[in-house]
Design a protein around this ligand. Structure first.
Ligand code: FER
Length: 276
């Protein structure tokens, strides 16, 4: 009975999207297959003028990747207890994405997983709630815009316009994605917040000009587990967007604040990207 209730609770609100239901990722979506082409992962270091150090990021390039093609880019951000390795350790996003490519369900894209704690010692050690570390999650906006994106765009074959840049993340990274994505509509046209944390700006700050936001965004995704104590940060954003007629997906799924939910979010969100 609880299962049935949870299934019914998967509530989707579309304002302007054609679909009226979203299916959870199917069984096996995150299980490695031996019979398909694979993408690759490499760790790079980019010079950050913002922080004054060289900073690490993981880059996933898709199956069939070629420097003679040009790709859009998804910047994928981690949570408060993580770093550039959190998605790799918690989700095996390369397996989820490889499987989606094998089924022809994804637009070829490069996925960049940076460290969103923009400070000299950016490890997730000690008190992860330390005010200095929290501030570094806000400072990352400058590192992303002025250091990481320019590095990616001069070292990878990417399409350098807003319609070919997406920003998404989990928890603190969800808050960052909504703050930086909606705050820089000239840079990003695709934005996703998964289980966004209390660093998420108020809806009025995020979307001061709803009509402009609605016109410029290609896609806005907001999701959260139905057992997540941080639901309010997603819900209040969704309520405001609805009230002000900003197209978005609000996806409430069974689960708490964990990688079961975020893997499902990556599976679903990535399939919308860079499609018309
Ligand atoms: C908080 C609770 C959770 C908070 C941040 C988080 C800024 C982030 C959680 C995560 O990234 O998983 O009160 O304050």
């Amino acid at each position: 009975m609880k299962k049935l209730f949870t299934a019914l609770f998967v509530l989707i609100s579309f304002s302007g999207f054609a679909q009226d239901s979203i299916q959870q990722a199917p069984e096996g979506f995150d299980v490695e297959r031996s019979d398909i082409s694979k993408g690759s992962i490499e760790t790079i270091e980019y010079p950050s003028k913002t922080v004054g150090t060289d900073r690490k990021a993981n880059i996933y390039t898709p199956p069939g990747y070629s420097e003679s093609k040009k790709y859009p880019v998804l910047y994928l951000l981690h949570g408060i207890g993580g770093d550039h390795n959190e998605w790799l350790n918690g989700a095996n996003p390369q397996v989820i994405l490889d499987n989606l490519y094998a089924e022809g369900k994804l637009e070829p894209m490069i996925v960049v997983m940076p460290n969103g704690r923009a400070m000299k010692d950016d490890r997730a050690d000690g008190n992860i709630f330390d005010p200095e570390k929290m501030a570094a999650f806000a400072t990352f906006e400058q590192d992303l815009l002025n250091d990481l994106i320019p590095y990616i765009e001069s070292n990878y074959p990417v399409i350098k316009d807003r319609e070919h840049r997406a920003l998404a993340g989990l928890s603190m990274g969800g808050g960052q994605s909504l703050n930086f994505g909606l705050g820089n509509l000239d840079v990003f046209a695709w934005v996703g917040g998964f289980s966004s944390a209390p660093n998420t700006k108020t809806p009025e700050e995020l979307v001061p000009e709803p009509e402009k936001t609605n016109k410029m965004l290609k896609f806005l995704w907001i999701s959260c587990g139905d057992e997540d104590g941080l639901m309010n940060f997603s819900k209040r954003t969704h309520d405001y967007l609805d009230k002000h007629n900003v197209s978005h997906v609000f996806y409430v799924e069974p689960g708490g604040h964990d990688f079961k939910v975020w893997k499902n979010d990556l599976y679903l969100f990535s399939q919308y990207l860079f499609k018309s």
